[in-house]
Design a protein around this ligand. Structure first.
Ligand code: AMP
Ligand code: ZN
Ligand code: ZN
Length: 321
């Protein structure tokens, strides 16, 4: 295979797109394709300040790299989740990435901020680890964005992630959930906008970019992800993709372009301020505060916390770069 642009030996062949490119032209294509997605969905204004949620994995580091190259003022936010050595190594690669490029990085340590990391949080809340972790990440990322004055947050979700979520949602279809799935979630009072500039790149395409660009990232998956449903959905979709190149992209594009606009979700649920933290919620107290209030009650009963402490929702990120 030869590069479609220059005719030299191709480094990346994309059967799903009928496209093969050499290193130089692949890197070029990937950055431009990201900009096209950003423009098409009006994700960011030219040069806008954006908070990039960075896990230390290939997707979010590649995203931080590309957004910086495109001239956005991309500030990183990493959450140290307290999942043993995995979290320590995640923080290390993220810090190294920021340091080497002179990028600004904010860090929130879950255990320092609230007293417990994900494993203890899961045990004390009675939730499965991924659910406690996901809720914490979403809440903290939003709070930091709002407090630090960011209009918008970008995450590294790729085509495989998005197609797997869609697949899962279609196995148990709910119009409300389906209508909210997409590359852009608009901002609301107390809620930063959320964008996914890589939503049309397959995991393999992002990996190719990361490798060809020479970005050092954490290869290991979160130990809690083993056995997750999303991995099963990804496997199923990859099986289909193998004999039908482009199926994943058609599945997601088709849904976003043809089906989602026709969903009738009726009235939007009204949001009000959480009585504990002031951030938007549908009930009196938001899910994050409810979880932690319950965790603190149980921790006190088990003498893991002194009686006089109470859960404080506000976090202050550390500037780590
Ligand atoms: P995941 O749910 O682990 O596939 O992550 C999806 C996206 O969430 C990543 O691409 C990041 O943008 C963000 N993210 C995941 N983990 C973290 C973390 N520990 N700190 C900050 N952002 C994260
Ligand atoms: Zn070329
Ligand atoms: Zn709250």
């Amino acid at each position: 295979m030869v590069c479609k642009v220059c005719g030299q030996k191709a480094q990346v062949e994309m059967r799903s797109r009928g496209l093969a490119l050499c290193r130089e032209h692949y890197l070029d294509w990937f950055v431009k394709e990201t900009e096209r997605a950003i423009r098409r969905h009006r994700m960011l204004l030219p040069g806008e300040r954006v908070l990039v949620a960075v896990s230390g994995g290939k997707d979010s580091l590649a995203l931080w790299d590309v957004l910086s190259r495109l001239g956005y003022q991309a500030v990183g936010l990493h959450i140290e989740l307290g999942i043993g050595e995995y979290s320590k190594r995640s923080l290390e690669v993220t810090q190294a990435f920021a340091r080497e490029r002179g990028l600004e990085l904010l860090v929130v340590d879950l255990k320092e901020a609230y007293g417990f990391g994900v494993p203890e949080l899961a045990r004390l809340s009675g939730r499965v680890a991924c659910s406690a972790c996901g809720l914490s990440k979403r809440y903290i990322i939003n709070q930091v964005a709002v407090e630090e004055g960011f209009r918008v947050v970008a995450t590294g979700h790729n085509l495989d992630d998005e197609a797997a979520v869609l697949f899962g949602n279609l196995l148990n279809p709910q119009e409300e959930t389906l209508s909210r799935q997409g590359p852009v979630l608009p901002e609301k009072p107390g809620l930063a906008a959320r964008v996914k500039p890589f939503y049309r790149f397959s995991e393999r395409e992002v990996l190719s970019y990361t490798l060809l660009r020479g970005i050092r990232y954490l290869h290991e998956e979160c130990p809690n992800a083993k056995g997750a449903k999303s991995l099963l959905y990804k496997e199923a979709l990859n099986l289909v993709e193998r004999s039908m190149p482009g199926a994943k992209l058609r599945f997601l594009d088709g849904f976003l372009e043809k089906i989602r606009p026709r969903l009738d979700v009726g009235e939007e649920v009204a949001l009000r301020e959480c009585e504990r933290c002031g951030y938007p919620t549908t009930g009196a107290v938001c899910a994050f505060c409810r979880m932690w209030d319950a965790v603190y009650r149980r921790a006190k009963k088990r003498k893991l916390l002194p009686e006089e402490v109470s859960f404080r929702p506000r976090v202050k990120p550390l500037r780590a770069g």
